[in-house]
Write a protein that binds this ligand. Sequence first.
Ligand code: DUC
Ligand code: ZN
Ligand code: ZN
Length: 457
Amino acid sequence: MDFDLVIKNGTIVTAVNTFTADIGINGETIAAVGQGLAGARVLEAAGKLVTPGAVDIHVHLQMPIGNVVSTDDFYTGTVAAAFGGTTTIIDFVETQPDETMAAAIAARRALADPRVVVDYGLHMTITPADMGKLAQVPAAFAAGCTTFKLYMAYGHRLDDGQLLRALTAVRHVGGLPVVHAENWDVILTLIADNLAHGRTTPHWHPRSRPALLEAEATGRIIDLAVFVGVPIHIFHVSCGAAAARIAAARERGWPVTGETCPQYLFLTQDVYDRPGDEGALPVCSPPIRESREQDALWAALSRGDLQLITTDHCPFTRAEKAANLADYSRIPGGVPSIEMRFAAIYSQGVRSGLLTPSQWVDLCCTAPARLAGLEKKGHIAPGYDADLVIFDPDTPFTLTAQSLHETANWTPYEGLTLHGRVQTTIVRGQIVVTDGELQAAAGYGRYCHRQQRKPQP
Ligand code: DUC
Ligand code: ZN
Ligand code: ZN
């Protein structure tokens, strides 16, 4: 029997092993993994790695922050994702004051559905304004939004009592809270002190958001989750001390997971001392930290103390960043990483020996899919969605704003050479990108109606 599509002779890398075989695809699904498969269409992959499509469960596309909106919309952001080998993203939805959670999901889907070229899901954000809407959490869950974003920082941070209520509501439906953990009161106080003393440049950004207090907030939300009896996922861990809190809770058997992002693995805090606008561009929160934190994060990934690598992709234009150069605390936070993540972790992690190829796939594909309840994604086996990447492990690729498909027109990784490059990205059996060409139309991507399984520690 001929399959619709066969990927032949590739070195298949999964989260558990590496082996040479063919992959047979029928329609949108992997139908067989074996030897000597024949297909109506064949992609030769000898000498290439074949991995599951990468899954990025933390991106902010066309996200309003104050009076600006992150630069990539659901089209450009998912195109960039596809060029980088990411076949599923999870973005965010927030309710308007008089809007239900279900209506907010429908509205966000109406924006995204016609634009996306890869598959996507949504996290429901719970802010203080949503405290009266907690009875709607089951409706959000039923709409496939099974993960709930809680902020411990920014204007819409929840205090500890509100966190308790939100965690309890999420526990009742069997959902997963995902948390931005920083100590907002300390941050506000340090910012006020710095500004009062004329310390206004981005140099002071990391000095207002101490690693120790990120760890404190991480430990606090874990303790609250244990008290309530709900699993918890910690977003964008930027320091060794926060990773250690997660590791300690996992050691005690609690289902806590943590992720870090390329900005924390590839950049150090001297980026904030770059001259002029350049120092404003990498402002993101938690901030990029000292090189010893970077080393601690790589070590935590290697040991398994952190389980996921995502991006927190949320860039703003140079003009939007520069407009607030006179007060670093007003610079809109976020950097672009959606396109470079998968190749960058291969290049820096696997080639250096810090990570095995299977750890690379687990961190970027399998663990994110499993955690987010994407049941048919993140693995190569019959029955899974045919979301696949053909990866050339030898071709060098220098990151420049011009070579990327992100729309910010700057990248904090300008000039960084990666060894290894995505050659082909396949989403549900369809080639979306190959050899630098986009082959799917806006709207090909599909909303993932997720179901949540109980995460294991
Ligand atoms: N941090 C950022 O820097 N941007 C988006 C949201 C966040 O938590
Ligand atoms: Zn965050
Ligand atoms: Zn974020």
